[in-house]
Design a protein. Structure first.
Ligand SMILES: *Cc1c(COP(=O)(O)O)cnc(C)c1O
Ligand code: SF4
Length: 351
């Protein structure tokens, strides 16, 4: 690891900045210019400092440094893989499941993941909600008493200022039927300095439970600062869950997954979802066979605490459902039901 940037420097958002940082070769692959035109680039100095430049397959670098492979788009890859648009009653809202809505307040992220499932929507030029849009979205939530939970996403909603986060929290907490406000973010890991004590205070309100879902894909992402940021959120009484993507060449082996889940678990973050990568354009180099993911999940289940297990899921293309992908541990045989143990042996169940 090489600490090359002071924490105060600005994000790396161009090919030239990545070259200057030693993260891309000086003789640039010309096709990268096309990649950069199509998909946003972003890397925080904090994350850049954690990349091992001597390792071409560094698990952090591979998540954020653009690759010519992104120009390879398969026919099955679609712009809005889970059809957010089809379930959107108003700008910024996605209401697919009746008791919860997604509220997308910003399109920017602190980093731009090369495998992002919303990669055609996120970026600095993307649509940010206007004040009027946001007021309309809040009015929609207030008018729908079945909505128990509001999930702030984007982009990354922790990119908002503490003032705007506070306004949002207060507006949602004032709606009688909203009991849970959940924020999906990468900021505590990739830019922990943003999460100040004042910022944490703005997430809380007595009428709601605040949950934060933290996105990370490799244990190496957790700097000392990131770990202490997570502890501050937990100390403030905020419930923490994890969200990761199973990525070929980055975390698709038992050791990397164990280290990642133990890192979450050890910091008081309950492992929640391990997503199979969606069919986002130009991301086939990150996808592995579902069968391989299932085998990894069986191995995790054998070797780690139940509390450290994520649920392996895939959003069905078109957005029909977030389908759990684990292989069943119960089956119907001619003698009745059978249950599968960790060694792969089926046992008759006589109950
Ligand atoms: C995944 C998703 C949610 C959240 O689902 P949980 O299973 O509650 O985490 C909500 N809305 C949409 C549209 C989603 O895709
Ligand atoms: S932080 Fe999330 S929304 Fe932003 S680029 Fe990464 S995966 Fe996409």
């Amino acid at each position: 690891m090489s600490g090359t940037f002071p924490a105060s420097s600005t994000n790396l958002t161009t090919l030239a900045q990545l070259q200057d940082a030693g993260l891309l070769a000086q003789d640039l692959d010309p096709t990268l210019t096309q990649v950069a035109q199509r998909y946003a680039i972003g890397l925080t100095p904090h994350m850049a400092n954690l990349i091992d430049r001597s390792n071409a397959a560094d698990p952090i670098g591979a998540q954020f440094i653009p690759s010519p492979k992104e120009l390879h788009t398969l026919e099955v890859e679609i712009l809005d893989p889970i059809d957010d648009a089809g379930f959107s009653p108003l700008p910024g809202l996605v209401h697919r499941y009746s008791d919860r809505v997604l509220l997308k307040v910003v399109s920017v992220c602190p980093v731009y993941c090369r495998f992002c499932f919303r990669r055609e929507m996120v970026g600095p030029g993307g649509p940010n909600l206007t004040r009027a849009d946001l007021a309309a979205a809040i009015a929609y939530i207030a008018a729908h008493p079945e909505i128990f939970e509001v999930i702030l996403t984007g982009g990354d909603p922790f990119m908002l200022s503490p003032r705007r986060v506070g306004e949002l929290t207060q507006a949602l907490a004032a709606i009688e039927h909203v009991k849970i406000v959940r924020w999906h973010t990468r900021v505590p890991i990739v830019d922990p300095d943003r999460v100040t004590p004042a910022f944490i205070e703005t997430l809380k309100a007595p009428e709601i439970a605040t949950w934060v879902a933290i996105h990370a894909n490799h244990a190496q992402e957790f700097s000392k600062e990131a770990q202490s940021c997570v502890r501050s959120l937990a100390d403030a009484g905020i419930a923490l869950v994890s969200q990761s993507v199973l990525l070929k060449g980055i975390n698709d082996n038992l050791e990397a997954l164990q280290d990642l889940m133990r890192m979450f678990f050890g910091l008081g973050i309950k492992p929640y979802y391990l997503h199979h990568p969606d069919l986002a354009p130009g991301t086939s180099h990150f996808r592995l066979p579902i069968k391989k993911g299932q085998a990894l999940m069986r191995a995790l289940r054998k070797t780690m605490s139940g509390l450290a297990q994520p649920t392996y899921v895939l959003d069905i293309p078109g957005g029909a459902f977030k389908a759990p992908l684990e292989t069943p541990h119960v089956r119907e045989a001619s003698t009745g039901l059978q249950l599968l143990d960790g060694k792969g042996v089926w046992h008759d169940y006589k109950g």
